[in-house]
Design a binder for this molecule. Structure first.
Ligand code: PAF
Length: 300
């Protein structure tokens, strides 16, 4: 495994691989890698000839200076995980390598309207401009590739897909399923900042989403009622401050008055637990295994 701190060295290595006919798989990360990142790396490993992981805590996407200050940066552990998972190239640049005029404002940025506006976009102004800008830089460095993003950041995935489509970027976006702890908590690099009590309380996010799924399977189609169902579950944990819990269209991320089709609906939730803001999401209809779905077809 090669680790490069510069754009030039990374680009040279990946251009050479492509010239040999290799398919590149890019996994963009901010480090503090966990099993969720590992599953994306494994998907890239299975589908591509050369796997590159970028590790860069991108200052453009943080609004709160405290959040970026405290963001975990265990580089040695991250490199060990990458080596173990069969990564070929790690791109781990410094901030000035990515933004040469830093700390002066970056003059050229990428902004995706529409899918960026609500939910995380409303609660974290500028966040998705920061994500779109750094991801387009990573795509420019990697060149034509497959790029792997977790469904855990569902709105981010929608923003990146839209950017690729609108700018005709030569990148195929692949979404990877959220990896969860046994008690349902979605893996996140921020979970390490939770105390034991906060960590337990944080499971209320996946429980609320599960309650939303159950309500939909019982026939509830009103977006307002679904908000209530999920908010009521979150209210059982007084230490958790709900930001939003909504049912949205998977493409536009808009909340409609009544769900048109549960199969194209996603449940999104965000809440502050102790010192961290956590997000999670689930499909409105739980994904069943192929075997289960064949059984359901037979019963239907
Ligand atoms: O999901 C993340 O870790 C970041 O938002 C990303 C995509 C690496 C951009 O900095």
């Amino acid at each position: 495994m090669e680790t490069y701190p510069t754009v030039a060295a990374t680009r040279t290595a990946l251009d050479a691989a492509r010239a040999r006919g290799a398919q590149t798989g890019l996994v963009p990360t901010m480090g503090a890698l966990h099993r969720g990142h590992r599953s994306l790396i494994e998907a890239a490993r299975a589908e591509c000839d050369v796997v590159v992981v970028s590790i860069f805590v991108n200052p453009l996407q943080f609004g709160d200076p405290d959040d970026i200050e405290r963001y975990p940066r265990p580089l040695e552990d991250d490199l060990a995980l990458c080596a173990d998972a069969g990564v070929d190239v790690v791109f781990a640049p410094t901030v000035p390598e990515m933004y040469p005029d830093w700390p002066r404002p970056v003059e050229t940025t990428v902004s995706v309207s529409g899918v960026s506006v609500a939910w995380e976009g409303a609660s974290r102004p500028g966040h998705f401009d920061g994500v779109a800008t750094v991801v387009s830089k990573l795509f420019a460095i990697a060149g034509p590739c497959r790029a792997y993003f977790g469904e855990k950041d569902f709105q981010q995935l929608a923003v990146v897909r839209r950017m690729v489509r609108d700018l005709s970027l030569p990148v195929t976006i692949v979404g990877g399923p959220t990896v969860r702890e046994a008690d349902g908590l979605a893996l996140s690099s921020r979970n390490v900042r939770l105390s034991a009590d906060e960590r337990r309380a944080a499971t209320v996010l996946s429980r609320a989403l599960g309650a939303g799924q159950a309500a939909i399977s019982e026939g509830i189609r009103s977006a307002a009622q679904l908000r209530h169902v999920m908010a009521d579950v979150v209210a059982t944990e007084p230490s958790v401050a709900l930001d939003y819990a909504v049912a949205v269209d998977t493409d536009s991320l808009l909340e409609t008055v009544a769900l048109d089709d549960p199969l194209t609906t996603r449940l999104l939730i965000a809440a502050v637990v102790g010192p961290v803001r956590l997000i999670d999401n689930m499909p409105a209809v739980p994904v069943v295994s192929r075997r289960e779905s064949r059984q359901l077809e037979r019963i239907g």
